[in-house]
Design a binder for this molecule. Sequence first.
Ligand code: S3P
Length: 434
Amino acid sequence: MEFQLMPGGVISGEARVPGDKSISHRSIMLGAIAEGTTRISGFLEGEDALATVAAFRAMGVVIEGPEDGEVTVRGVGLHGLRAPDAALDMGNSGTSIRLLSGLLAGQSFDVELTGDVSLCKRPMGRVMDPLRLMGARIEGTATGTPPLRIQGGTPLRGIHYDLPMASAQVKSCVLLAGLYAEGRTSVTEPAPTRDHTERMLGGFGCPVSVEEGVIAVTGGSSLTATEIDVPADISSAAFFLVAASIAPGSDLLLTHVGINPTRIGVINILRAMGADLTLKNERTVGGEPVADIRVRYAPLRGIEIPAEQVPLAIDEFPALFVAAACAEGTTVLRGAEELRVKESDRIAAMAEGLSTLGVRNEVLEDGIVIEGGRLGGGEIHTYHDHRIAMSFAIAALRAEEEIRILDCDHVATSFPGFDALARGLGLQITARAE
Ligand code: S3P
């Protein structure tokens, strides 16, 4: 599928974007190993979260739905998973493979985890290293990429792990393995990352201690089924926060958006650039803070992105680069080398697309410098990355010519129905078969 965008447009109206991807994955994983029946609403019916559903079904867990975002998971308890008949295919989903590698390292059966071309290029040494320290037997390819083979029946021991990179996936992997390990498993991180695993484990009645930056679980703690209301994904909302900020005349309300403090870098950065964002109706839903966000057009200015905001906005940089391209002056991002190992090398992919549109930029090893200016049009390559596709779609609001975005199928991994929703809010987007 490709997207064709006519230049210009105004973003207005009200929308609730699909459910949070990180929380959706975790709701299935923890629901599956809990005792009792977990009911989930607002679940993301995107391919990534569905890969997690399929994996647990293949391990004998009865999961009903999703239907209109409702999912019922019949938990089998900590030790109730069964050996799957075949390799578990995690598709495009880094969260599925990295969290599951931890959860499955402590099972009694062997398992193989694989994925699509993009996933099979992504580094897994970052999860294999701590798991091996815990005693797990796990192997990847010679270059440390999937497929991963995990040998079951290997006892795990609790460790303390000082994460070498700010990664919620690695943190979560170690904590989930810790549920199956002897004794206490703890982690420290170089910077705070999304804490949905810790919050949700607490919601399932499994104690997680967080003291002076040390996050710890105790092996053998059981989980009790619960109800989960998944907020709208701030990472999906981000495209429209930027869209309405850059398109003159825009006024948009995004409802029920998750505003967990470990995820709100995009709000902080856009505000620092001069965006007009108002949070309303702030509340807590199932342990996660939620708000409605009103965003109105405002002229943006380039900034130096504060280092501490980087992990808090890690998935939103493709959209933020478009904001930077539309801002007056220069935006500088550093300390974001993690962007190079996402679904694509997001620094390279965005730099290439911005250059196609005529936006001056300089690629750094760990970031990018973007000069705000006029946006032309052209043909964009997404490198199998959903967020690259959606970022250039919103760029069309300020483009002077048509933009054609090739290879947009992956948008469905995180944001099914993006083009229809975007059209309803004012983007001049057409999706067609390639
Ligand atoms: C995620 C963590 C982040 C993020 C990804 C989802 C998670 O990855 O980019 O989209 O749900 O834990 P890293 O842990 O690689 O930073």
